[in-house]
Design a protein around this ligand. Structure first.
Ligand SMILES: [Zn+2]
Length: 60
């Protein structure tokens, strides 16, 4: 296989966009407020993570 001098841009070869929207798919539910949140992240609704209040959402 010859060494490509340049990376082919998607517009040159008709890029497929089927993988453009697969980044955010898994959500877990916060055990405290049962709102969907990102796993291993602080809950954006109540500010709790692993049973501890990391961010006090009432003050914000
Ligand atoms: Zn929560």
């Amino acid at each position: 296989m010859p060494n490509p001098k340049r990376k082919l841009a998607r517009s040159w070869k008709g890029g497929r966009r089927s993988h453009d929207h697969v980044h955010v798919r898994s959500l877990s539910l916060c055990p405290r407020c049962t709102q969907p949140k990102l796993p291993h992240r602080i809950c954006g609704t109540c500010g709790y993570y692993k049973g501890e209040m990391i961010v006090d959402m009432k003050k914000l």
